[in-house]
Design a protein around this ligand. Structure first.
Ligand SMILES: NC(=O)c1ccc[n+]([C@@H]2O[C@H](COP(=O)([O-])OP(=O)(O)OC[C@H]3O[C@@H](n4cnc5c(N)ncnc54)[C@H](O)[C@@H]3O)[C@@H](O)[C@H]2O)c1
Ligand SMILES: O=C[C@H](O)CS(=O)(=O)O
Length: 484
């Protein structure tokens, strides 16, 4: 497949493809076999300042365009992403490792945010409010926040960018994106298509860097930047929140998860197994909404555990570019070691391996799809975002026990449960302390719904009619001098 027209090896600032000032680059590896895909510029603080300045200059004209003009340009960008879906997916699998089918799904999902917010751009309504004053009229209008800095993760290197840039541009903001150092090519490919779509220079900028801390500090402290939109781990989110405080920036935080998946005794067990697989093993378990703890009521514990293990044993592991592969590599060696340490800790405290769990002849960055049972709250794996293809099964007796254990975490992003009792659907959904609840499904992510978490999983919502609010300011106008 010819991806050369999308494989960019320069950063993108003010409509120009640029090198780092010191001409330094850093290499990007294919997580399947650690081969080098290419290299990109290692930009620093001075280049970042220039990108922010370019976004500031572009803001005036971009925000003055009509909603229809912005909408039409975003629509063109969406169409180009769909037109080049296969190349974008191939490039994504090369640098991130997920199976090609999943990568294609991410491109479609990512593009859908541009399509959705191309429409939402035309529906940014204000209010005319009945005035309590005879001589004054009251109006609320919505205006773009201004220059936005977006810092994004490697696990969804396309969709986590469009989920931010779509609403930001629709609202009239301009954006500087710092993608993850592991996966810069997907971001640069989006910039190549943005250029072709007619997104004006300075509106959408990409800073590639192997120095996220210093570039991140510039983005979070530069007073021109009025909004930080971050997707990544909770520890990094907390750093960015603190750094953003001195200039009182608006912040959106899409952080880590520790999703519970509860199977009640009245559930359709086969459907629950399918849902657990869909939720747990997508992207080799490297998604923020992956099931992290499976709670199974004692009456169906053995049946569920056995059926899940049998299904996981059959999973095809390998190069994401190969036909039929279901589980690709983790992003790097460090990730493999982290998952292995959690499994070792769990088994040392009594967890039992039903399948996988042994790194005997694993080459590259692979960790075998694994199912652990007899997991309990004493184990690190119960309280830690695994970010690997490891399912943990915990037995429970009563609904109250399940809810208490499910809520026993500082995270609050996604949660799931299976039941055929409709009173329980409402009771448990309302009791779970999470931003999102999947009932009788393990797949909940869609552009039309508000995606986001509570507690230490973050704040703000992405997608849906709510997603654009994070990029708007409400201005109250009190218009006097009204006389009879
Ligand atoms: N809630 C969501 O929507 C969502 C979506 C995807 C991933 N995530 C979370 O992201 C994590 C995995 O992604 P990751 O490993 O890339 O996370 P990460 O926090 O390590 O990195 C995320 C981004 O932050 C940058 N970064 C790291 N340290 C920084 C610093 N000190 N200052 C500025 N930038 C810094 C990285 O370069 C990267 O671009 C998981 O916790 C996952 O749950 C959450
Ligand atoms: O990893 C987090 C992403 O938000 C995953 S999803 O595709 O939105 O579910």
């Amino acid at each position: 497949m010819d991806i050369s027209h999308l494989l960019k090896n320069k950063a993108f600032i003010n409509g120009e493809w640029v090198l780092a000032d010191d001409k330094n680059n850093f290499e990007v590896q294919n997580p399947f076999d650690d081969t080098i895909i290419g290299s990109v510029p290692d930009l620093g603080v001075e280049e970042t300042k220039r990108a922010v300045q370019a976004a500031k200059v572009a803001l005036k004209s971009w925000s003055k365009k009509t909603a229809l003009e912005r909408s039409n340009i975003l629509r063109k960008w969406f169409e180009l992403q769909i037109q080049h879906k296969d190349e974008l997916a191939y490039l994504l699998t090369l640098e991130q490792g997920k199976p090609l089918q999943e990568a294609k799904g991410e491109i479609t999902y990512g593009a859908s945010f541009i399509e959705w917010f191309a429409e939402e751009a035309k529906r940014i309504y204000g209010d005319v409010i009945p005035s309590p004053f005879e001589d004054r009229r009251i109006v609320a209008i919505k205006q773009p926040v201004g220059v936005v800095a977006a810092i994004t993760p490697w696990n969804f290197p396309n969709a986590m960018i469009t989920r931010k840039v779509g609403p930001a541009l629709a609202a009239g903001c301009t954006v500087v994106v710092k993608p993850a150092e592991s996966t810069p090519f997907s971001a640069l490919a989006l910039a190549a298509l943005a250029e072709r779509a007619g997104i004006p220079k300075g509106v959408f900028n990409i800073i590639t860097t192997n120095r996220p801390i210093e570039v991140g500090r510039e983005l979070t402290t530069n007073p021109i930047v009025r909004k930080i939109s971050f997707t990544g781990s909770t520890p990094v989110g907390k750093i960015l929140l603190k750094q953003s405080a001195d200039t009182v920036k608006k912040v959106s935080m899409e952080l880590g998860g520790n999703a519970p998946f509860i199977v009640f005794d009245d559930a359709d067990v086969d459907a629950a197994v399918d849902g657990a697989i869909a939720s747990k093993y997508r992207n080799a378990g490297q998604t923020c909404v992956c099931t992290n703890r499976i709670f199974v009521q004692e009456q169906v514990y053995d049946e569920f555990s056995e059926k899940l293990s049998q299904a996981v044993k059959k999973m095809k592991v390998g190069n994401g570019l190969d036909e039929g592969v279901e589980i690709g590599p983790l992003i790097n060696r460090k990730a493999v070691a982290s998952v292995n340490e959690l499994v070792q800790d769990a088994t040392s405290k009594g967890a039992k391996i039903m399948t996988g769990g042994n790194m005997t002849n694993e080459k590259g960055n692979f960790y075998p799809p694994t199912v652990l049972c007899e997991v309990n709250q004493e184990m690190k794996i119960f309280h830690t975002e695994i970010f690997g293809a490891v399912a943990t099964i915990i037995k429970f007796s009563t609904e109250e026990d399940a809810i208490r254990m499910a809520n026993d975490t500082s995270f609050g992003l996604a949660s799931y449960f299976y039941t055929n009792d409709h009173a329980r659907v409402w009771r448990v959904s309302e009791a779970l302390e999470y931003g999102m609840v999947g009932v009788n499904t393990g797949l909940i992510s869609t552009t039309v719904a508000p995606f986001g978490g509570i507690k230490e999983s973050g704040n703000g919502r992405e997608g849906s009619k709510y997603g654009i609010d994070d990029y708007l300011e409400i201005k109250y106008m009190c218009i006097g001098g009204i006389t009879d």
